[in-house]
Design a protein around this ligand. Structure first.
Ligand code: DAH
Length: 477
């Protein structure tokens, strides 16, 4: 549906870049189909879904024990209970039962799960870092956006892109949401967590994925010397060759912060890039000559900012976003005399590549044939179990101004769950007389672990037709 370029640029960290960043917007527009360009332009802060489907209480098997995230989420017409806490709903509420069920899974805490294996491998490259991996995914909009210097009109805040429990409470869209809190506690931090974004449906997109965040702070006064010593020590311990291309420049578009001493900032940037080069060297230890490139980027919470890409099987793969932490954040964390770096990376992205996993839904499979293939501490190639046949259905309708593809995908997910493999816009036109816009979506239904029958899919498709009319007020054709 969207071009490879756009995919490549968004799956890794699925970056919440700076809204003010002209280059980013240009890149998005030039490298995407008109559908994506429209999605960028159409983002709106107004809620677009009605809450009528939030009335059914939810029940899942509960293994609560001492972990509140394992408690069964419950949605009623008035409130939402998740992680043992209850939140009032309002007209921002757009979390669904399907999404809330995912909060109980915590794949990064299952030792032999590929996500946890990658997490542990990365953590092993950052000894002495305090690692937080049990934070609840429910955060405030202050933590997820305001504390990180996101502008009030940043597109990431839109209800079409983010899951809200209510106007002030949401499912985190990135692990950066915990930066401020953990920086008050430590100078060397890792955070691993599940993050949630409303998105399209295909083999490499899923509304929940996992991120790992890292940060390190230095005394601003002694940073240059401290960093020089630290790099000298760790370089001698590194193995394998790595070829880096770094064409990044400190420019007015990607500036040093005024409050920073230039030498301290450059040393921090060196330490950041050095640490991350070492990290990918470890992850890709099977690649003889690892090619890494650094490019300029923009994030609201770092300046300057960069992205790292690695050449993998002939393609540049975006691995992470990073930068020098905005001093406001450090000041708010009670650390005005520190300077520091931070990074955030998408774990699925790396796990798909390193384990050779063909479909992102497999991470969520409860099928033993998936999990029993992996061992903590080792990366071994996934052996596909049989691929079951797909069942393809189309739906056509006259659209309206409120239509947003993410809302449509949400309905598909609610009805079909993980059986929905792919949703593609296959036809679109505007009627010359009535000016009405017609859209036709193709839904590819396939189960990862069994055959689906045409009859069963017809029932789902019929339900989809009804719900699309009810919730999106479109007119079926
Ligand atoms: N939070 C960003 C995202 O989800 C990733 C990121 C970029 C994290 C830069 C950072 C950072 O800590 O410094 O796209």
């Amino acid at each position: 549906m969207s071009s490879g370029m756009f995919r490549a640029a968004t799956q890794g960290t699925r970056a919440l870049r700076s809204a003010a960043s002209a280059p980013t917007i240009r890149t998005m527009l030039s490298s995407t189909t008109s559908r994506n360009a429209r999605a960028v332009l159409q983002r709106t802060l107004r809620p677009t879904l009605t809450a009528s489907f939030h009335t059914t209480p939810l029940r899942f098997s509960s293994e609560a024990g001492s972990n509140p995230m394992k408690e069964t989420p419950v949605i009623t017409s008035e409130n939402i209970t998740v992680g043992g806490k209850t939140y009032l709903s309002d007209n921002f509420t757009n979390v669904t039962p399907t999404i809330l069920e995912k909060t109980t899974r915590q794949l990064h805490l299952i030792p032999k799960h590929p996500i946890a294996i990658i997490k542990d491998l990365i953590a092993s490259v950052f000894p002495g870092f305090q690692h937080y991996d049990t934070f609840s995914p429910v955060v405030t909009t202050k933590e997820n956006f305001d504390d990180l210097c996101f502008s009030d009109d940043h597109p990431g805040r839109a209800v079409t892109d983010t899951y809200y429990l209510n106007e002030k409470v949401m499912l985190r869209t990135h692990t950066s949401a915990h930066q401020l809190k953990v920086m008050t506690e430590s100078d060397k931090i890792l955070v691993t967590a599940d993050v949630y974004r409303r998105d399209e449906i295909d083999a490499s997109h899923y509304p929940v994925f996992h991120q790992m965040e890292g940060a390190q702070l230095f005394d601003a006064k002694t940073a240059v010397d401290d960093i020089r010593k630290d790099i000298a020590q760790s370089t001698s311990a590194a193995s394998g060759s790595i070829h880096t291309t770094d064409t990044t420049l400190i420019t007015p578009e990607n500036p040093k912060q005024d409050c920073h001493d230039e030498a301290a900032m450059l040393a921090t940037a060196d330490h950041l890039k050095h640490s991350l080069n070492m990290m990918v060297r470890k992850l890709f230890s099977h690649e003889k000559d690892l090619q890494v490139r650094w490019i300029d980027a923009q994030f609201p919470f770092t300046s300057p900012s960069w992205e790292m890409e690695i050449l993998y099987q002939g393609k540049w793969l975006e691995v992470l976003g990073c930068g020098v932490i905005r001093q406001d954040i450090l000041n708010n964390a009670g650390k005005p005399n520190k300077i520091g770096w931070a990074f955030g990376l998408g774990l699925e992205r790396l796990a798909l590549v390193l384990f050779g996993i063909p479909d992102i839904r497999l991470f969520w499979s409860k099928d033993e044939r998936f999990l029993r293939q992996f061992e903590p501490g080792t990366i071994q190639k996934f052996k596909p179990f049989s691929k079951y046949p797909a069942c393809i259905k189309d739906i056509s309708f006259w659209s309206n101004d409120q239509f947003h593809e993410n809302n449509f995908c949400e309905i598909v997910r609610d009805i079909a769950g993980d059986i929905a493999e792919d949703v593609q816009l296959i036809d679109e036109f505007t009627h010359p007389k009535t000016k009405k816009r017609s859209m036709c979506y193709r839904i590819n239904y396939r189960s990862m672990d069994r055959n689906v029958t045409n009859d069963e899919i017809n029932v789902l498709q019929e339900k989809l037709r009804e719900e699309v009319v009810n919730r999106m007020k479109v007119e079926l054709r």
